[in-house]
Each structure stands twice: as structure tokens, then as C-alpha cells.
Design a protein around this ligand. Structure first.
Ligand SMILES: Nc1ncnc2c1ncn2[C@@H]1O[C@H](COP(=O)(O)OP(=O)(O)OP(=O)(O)O)[C@@H](O)[C@H]1O
Length: 592
């Protein structure tokens, strides 16, 4: 087992995590330099204390009061220096550790925000929360004073051993007898702790995901009476976590107890043999006192290195988990920011575009479409035909496998995400609202817009009267994801947000599906006005929307099945005509 543990150790394992951490450590190099300086101060103080103890004891045994009197100020100085050194060590350790963790959190958030959409789909929200809450905290064993101790402990060991050799070489060699046991236990416990820690973190990830989904889907949970089932799952996992954490504490306890036993053994051995040497006048009582005091400092670095190794192993698990996210390649390093939409309507062109989410099944298949500036094109088709995917491609969330998408004659792939998305105002199927006020949610579409423009947009979306009827009007809190609003209110707010953005291209994905007949009519009017000077792509299933479009595309399995104006398509007696017939007869269709 020990051999396996030692074999498991490989410098290679640390290369990648430290390569990731290096820029953060370098940024706070002053704190690390300070820690490095106080490391030497600490080593010097350890030796000085041993010297002081031996010298003052010998002076007492000799009855030399003059010498004792001279030693007192030295003792006061040593105590003062060690208080100052302790304070600065703590402060610098905090700076060296907390700053790196803070920067790492920001870097992680930036990386997650920049991850391509395809990679985001593979991330579980619980895992992301665990990275932020536990893993960043978990790398503590690789940074700050833990990192300095990698140098400090061997230094203390060598300095103390050399000092002890000066007192008596045989005693010094004798006190090394416990080294093999100390090193072996460190290697063994390190691997056991790391193994346990891996399971703990995977379990935390599951628990965080479970909690996250429970709160996000709270009404689904209640409507299906899943409370008991979820509670049972949570308590079972939580119980297992408790057992693993108990095991972790037990392992650490054994490790600490082993260290103390090794220290006590070395102390007893040197005390017994040392007492024999004192009785034979080989060494003085003071020298023996210095020696036994130093044996602790000899064993502590050994156990410390073993403990450090165990801590490093635990931290390595956290670093590996962070690396799994941070190593995912990014298309860009710059966070997209609001870019003022360019004025005037813009054209859109899909040129022989093919795309599939998994690289094998084609969701969009050699799709070509020209949308001249200022025109409205409606896209209809069965559920899963690829309508929303076309929007995702247009917004640059995914890249076409073949073909190109042109916006205003420019290849979408060549535009920065900020510029590309600046062209478009998008109202998706599920309008996401942020917790905060109505005003916060509206203004994020166009920062710095005037109050009058904001109210105009709300009026156009037929939501202004409702907003002013709220207790605090535009400053009313709408709850997490807009929970305090109805589906139709949320949708109208999302439409107002899109109107406010005033972008040259409108992407409406079933934008009016949650509205009642009367409200829909009013919003349709507003949208109609808005569409006049804009290029609009609309995924629609209501005839009113489709009929007014300049052009209609019927999508089937990612290909254009039919296209033309409303009248042309009706004359074709194909899929579109069947769709309109079903809607007119009030039959619920799976066409949208
Ligand atoms: N992120 C994704 N990863 C993998 N497959 C996906 C993803 N999003 C959509 N799909 C698949 O791509 C196909 C097209 O989906 P899309 O959402 O574009 O259809 P749609 O026409 O908008 O359907 P609906 O009208 O029901 O919204 C579907 O088969 C769907 O399962």
C-alpha cells in the first residue's frame, strides 16, 4: 500500500495545476516575498530560542546572576520578534491566499461566461457552484503559507539538525530513528485523504445540483408532489457526505496522532540517552534542554512535510476539477459588452448552411435564405424542425459546420460577439427576467436610455399601464426570474426590452404565444410598427403573424420544404396550406 502510495506521487501531477496558478501567484509576489523573508526569521528564531533556553539554564545551574541579568533583555527581544513575526506571517498568508482565491474566482467566472454554447450545455449548474464554493477554497493547500512551507520545512529540518550535531552527533543521529515511519505514514495518509476527498467533492456536486434544480423547478416539484422523494434523496446523499467527512476527520486524526507519537518517541529517546550523557558530564543540562527542545522542531518538519503532502493531495483534487473547466478552449478572450446597435435596417443571408449539435446528425441541412433589409420573414415548421437553431446560429451561439451567415453583407463569424449581437434584438421562447426591478430589466437592453424612451417602449409593448399599477411602478421588484409576474406580463416586458434595444434586426421566437387574444392584438400592432424599418425573422405559429410576413419559409428537418408569400403557399396546396387549414378549423397543430 505504501509503495503504491509513493508510486502514485508524480511531479507531473503538479505541473499543470501550478502552471494554471502561476500567473495568480506572480501577481501577488510581494506577499510571497514577505512570507519568504519571514520564513528565514522563523528559522532563526527557532534556533535562537534553543540557544537561549540552554544558555539561561546553564547560567541558572552555575548561579551566575550577572549572566542571567544580561540574558533577560535577549529573551524579551526574542519574544517581541516572535510576536511580530507571527502577526506578519498571518497577514501575509491571508494576502497571499485570499488574493489568489479571489482572482481565481473572477478568472473562473470570466471563463465560464466565455465558454462556447456547446460546452455550456455539458456543465451542470451544481458543478459550477461547487467549483466556486468548494474547489477554489480547496486549493488552499497549494498556495500561501502551504507553498512556502514546502521550502521552510526542509530548511528548518536542516538548520535544526546542524545545530543539534554541534551539541552531540550521536544524540542527533539517534533522534532520526523515527524518520522512516513519519515519511511512510505521510505518504499513505496523503493518498487515502485524496481518494476520500475526490468522492466528497463529487457528492457535493450532486447535492448542489439537486438543491439548485429543486429551487429552480419548485413549482414542478410541488405539482408532482415530489417533496418527499427529493427530501429522501437529499438526506441519503447528505448522510453519505457526513460519513465521508467523518472518515476524513478520522484519517487526519490518525495522522496527527501518529505525528505526535513520533515526536514523543524522539523526545523520550533523546531525553533518556541525553540524561545518561549529562550524568557522565558529556553535555551540560542546558545543552540537553536545548537538544530536547529542538527534537520537536526536527520531527515537526517531517510530520509537517507529510501533512503538507496530504494537504497537497487534497488540493490537487480541487485543482484538477477547476482545470476541467479552465482547460476548455475559448473562441475569444474578451467579454462581450453592450454595443450600440448600428442605425438602419440590415440584410441577413444564410449561404448553404449546415449544422448539427453533436457533429453527426444534421439539424440544419444546406439551408439558404436571403432576407433583404427591412423585410419580414416568417419561419414555420414542425416542432424540432430547426427553427430555434437558426436563431442560435444567427446570434453566433454556435458556428455553422459548413456555409456562412452574412449580416449586412459581413460574415457573422468575422464579427465580434458584441458587434454581431448589437445588430439584433431577440425575444426568445422563454423570456428570462433577472431578479431586480422592472426598470433594471428594461434598462439592460440599452444602458443610459432616457426615462421617456423606456416608458415609450413599455407603452408599445402594452405593459406600461400594468407597470404603473404596481406598488412601486417601474421600481417594483419582480422576484427571481420574474416570478411575481404572469406569463403574458413577462413576455410583454421582454418585448418592451427588445423594442428598447432598437436594433436593426428583430428575432422573434413565438414572441406572442403567452398573450391573450386582446393583448396579442395590441402587441402585434406595436410589433408591426416596430418591424416597419427593421429586418425581422419571426418564428410564428399564429396566422396573424404569418400572413403579414413578406415571405414565409416552411422548415422540415433543417431544410426548406416550401417558401413564398402567404397566398403563393396557399395555392401550392402543400404543408403550409395544411397548417392554415388546421388552424382555421381550430385543430391544435404541431406546426409552429
Ligand atoms: N443544445 C442542443 N443540443 C443538442 N440537440 C439540440 C439542442 N437544441 C436543440 N437540439 C435538437 O435540435 C433539433 C432542432 O431543435 P430546435 O429547437 O431548433 O427546433 P424548433 O424547430 O425550434 O422546435 P420547437 O418549435 O419545438 O421549438 C431538435 O431535434 C432538438 O432536439
Amino acid at each position: 500500500m505504501i509503495a503504491r502510495s509513493i508510486k502514485a506521487f508524480s511531479i507531473q501531477e503538479f505541473k499543470k495545476p501550478y502552471r494554471m496558478l502561476f500567473p495568480f501567484l506572480w501577481k501577488h509576489r510581494r506577499a510571497y516575498a514577505g512570507l519568504f523573508f519571514f520564513m528565514f526569521v522563523d528559522v532563526a528564531l527557532t534556533l535562537a530560542y534553543a540557544w537561549f533556553m540552554g544558555t539561561i539554564t546553564d547560567a541558572a545551574v552555575e548561579g551566575s546572576f550577572d549572566k542571567l541579568g544580561r540574558l533577560v533583555p535577549a529573551g524579551v527581544l526574542l519574544i517581541s520578534l516572535s510576536i511580530a513575526s507571527g502577526y506578519w506571517n498571518n497577514m501575509l498568508d491571508f494576502r497571499a491566499t485570499a488574493n489568489v482565491k479571489k482572482d481565481l474566482k473572477e478568472h473562473l467566472l470570466q471563463h465560464v461566461l466565455l465558454l462556447p454554447a456547446a460546452n455550456i450545455g455539458n456543465l451542470r449548474s451544481g458543478a459550477v457552484m461547487t467549483h466556486f464554493m468548494d474547489d477554489i477554497h480547496g486549493i488552499g493547500g497549494m498556495i500561501g503559507s502551504s507553498l512556502i512551507r514546502l521550502v521552510k520545512l526542509p530548511l528548518v529540518f536542516i538548520a535544526v539538525f546542524v545545530y543539534m550535531l554541534q551539541i552531540h552527533w550521536f544524540l542527533s543521529v539517534l533522534s532520526l530513528a523515527v524518520i522512516p515511519a513519519a515519511l511512510a505514514s505521510g505518504a499513505l495518509f496523503g493518498v487515502l485523504l485524496r481518494r476520500n476527498n475526490r468522492v466528497i467533492q463529487a457528492l457535493c456536486e450532486n447535492l448542489n445540483s439537486l438543491l439548485n434544480e429543486t429551487f429552480l423547478g419548485t413549482f414542478v416539484v410541488r405539482s408532482f408532489s415530489l417533496e418527499k422523494k427529493l427530501y429522501r434523496t437529499y438526506t441519503a446523499e447528505n448522510e453519505r457526505l457526513f460519513e465521508l467527512e467523518t472518515k476524513d476527520t478520522r484519517l487526519r486524526g490518525w495522522f496527527r496522532a501518529g505525528g505526535e507519537a513520533a515526536g514523543a518517541a524522539a523526545f523520550l529517546l533523546s531525553l533518556c540517552v541525553g540524561a545518561y550523557f549529562v550524568s557522565n558530564r558529556v553535555i551540560s543540562i542546558g545543552s540537553l534542554l536545548s537538544f530536547v527542545n529542538l527534537t520537536n522542531h526536527l520531527i515537526y518538519p517531517l510530520m509537517g512535510i507529510a501533512g503538507l503532502w496530504a494537504g497537497l493531495q487534497s488540493s490537487l483534487t480541487s485543482a484538477e476539477r477547476l482545470l476541467r473547466v479552465l482547460e476548455q478552449p475559448l473562441d475569444t478572450r474578451e467579454l462581450p459588452d453592450y454595443e450600440c446597435p448600428p442605425p438602419g435596417a440590415k440584410s441577413i443571408a444564410f449561404k448553404d448552411v449546415s449544422f448539427g449539435y453533436d457533429g453527426s446528425t444534421r439539424v440544419i441541412d444546406r439551408f439558404s435564405l436571403d432576407v433583404p433589409a427591412g423585410k419580414t420573414v416568417a419561419i414555420v415548421g414542425a416542432s424540432g424542425a430547426g427553427k430555434t437553431t437558426l436563431f442560435q446560429l444567427l446570434l453566433g451561439f454556435y458556428k455553422p459546420e459548413t456555409g456562412d451567415i452574412l449580416v449586412d453583407g459581413l460574415s457573422a463569424g468575422a464579427l465580434t460577439p458584441s458587434r454581431l449581437r448589437g445588430y439584433m434584438a431577440h425575444v426568445p421562447q422563454d423570456s428570462f427576467l433577472f431578479s431586480g426591478t422592472v426598470r433594471d430589466n428594461l434598462l439592460l437592453a440599452r444602458p443610459g436610455v432616457t426615462e421617456a424612451a423606456m416608458i415609450d417602449a413599455a407603452r408599445s409593448a402594452n405593459i406600461h399601464d400594468f407597470i404603473v399599477s404596481l406598488p412601486n411602478g417601474y421600481d417594483t421588484e419582480i422576484g427571481e426570474r420574474g416570478m411575481k409576474l404572469s406569463g403574458g406580463q413577462k413576455q410583454r416586458l421582454a418585448i418592451a426590452r427588445a423594442i428598447l434595444k432598437d436594433a436593426p434586426i428583430l428575432l422573434l421566437d413565438e414572441a406572442t404565444s403567452a398573450l391573450d387574444g386582446e393583448t396579442e392584438h395590441q402587441v402585434q400592432e406595436a410589433l408591426q410598427r416596430l418591424m416597419q424599418d427593421r429586418t425581422t425573422l419571426v418564428i410564428a405559429h399564429r396566422l396573424s403573424t404569418v400572413r403579414n410576413a413578406d415571405f414565409i419559409v416552411v422548415l422540415d428537418q433543417g431544410r426548406i420544404a416550401e417558401s413564398g408569400t402567404h397566398e403563393e403557399l396557399l395555392r401550392k396546396r402543400g404543408t403550409y396550406r395544411e397548417l392554415t387549414r388546421r388552424q382555421t378549423n381550430g385543430i391544435r397543430s404541431n406546426y409552429r
